[in-house]
Design a protein around this ligand. Structure first.
Ligand SMILES: CC(=O)SCCNC(=O)CCNC(=O)[C@H](O)C(C)(C)COP(=O)(O)OP(=O)(O)OC[C@H]1O[C@@H](n2cnc3c(N)ncnc32)[C@H](O)[C@@H]1OP(=O)(O)O
Length: 170
């Protein structure tokens, strides 16, 4: 049975403590990526009701550093399921609860593969987009998949029809 993006929604909140920071008192990127991986894996598991592994992470750019003592919020949801793999969209923002200020940290796409009892890739449920934003993420997911499979050496550029069509449109 098809699932909605909202069915896989995960919102994780962490407090940035001294052990999470670099010498400038900002959250370390590696610690943030670890939390993002957990939040995204939970979203993929909610969608597939199966154990999952991280297959790939798209390029990550950190827009604003998150300060010691601030909260970090990570929102994750599945944007599209292919066969055994699922794309998860993450939106990350920081919050200074004293100054009552929220700021964007980064966004990212992670790809997970659902596994069966033998640890082999297993089909995940289809995803049915509901809102306009869901639909936009769903449509873009096919092109993003083609980019990451080409970069990962798993697809020939000539087979990426949707990606090619995007460049031809100009
Ligand atoms: C080193 C680490 O700790 S990495 C972090 C933790 N992650 C892991 O340990 C995962 C290690 N990797 C694996 O187990 C395997 O490579 C898997 C499960 C990701 C893929 O297994 P494969 O034997 O390549 O399986 P297969 O070629 O059938 O692909 C399975 C799915 O993975 C997808 N996939 C494979 N490589 C990639 C990639 N680089 N990016 C995105 N999706 C990928 C395929 O497109 C396919 O999806 P689909 O069924 O929806 O079309």
């Amino acid at each position: 049975m098809a699932k909605k993006p909202a069915d896989s929604l995960v919102i994780m909140t962490e407090l940035v403590l001294p052990n999470d920071t670099n010498v400038f008192g900002n959250l370390m990127g590696g610690r943030l990526m670890y939390w993002m991986d957990i939040a995204a894996a939970l979203a993929a598991q909610k969608h597939s009701n199966a154990p999952v592994v991280t297959a790939s992470v798209d390029n990550l750019s950190f827009m604003n550093s998150i300060k010691l003592g601030n909260a970090v919020h990570i929102e994750a949801r599945v944007t599209r399921a292919f066969n055994t793999s699922m794309e998860v969209y993450l939106n990350v923002w920081g919050e200074d609860l004293v100054a009552q200020n929220k700021y964007q940290s980064n966004t990212a796409y992670y790809t997970f593969v659902a596994l069966d009892e033998a640890g082999k890739p297993k089909a995940a449920a289809d995803l049915k987009p509901e809102t306009e934003e869901d639909m936009e993420l769903f449509n873009g997911a096919l092109r993003r998949r083609q980019v990451r499979l080409i970069l990962g050496g798993k697809m020939k550029p000539g087979d990426a029809k949707e990606l090619k069509a995007l460049f031809e449109k100009g």
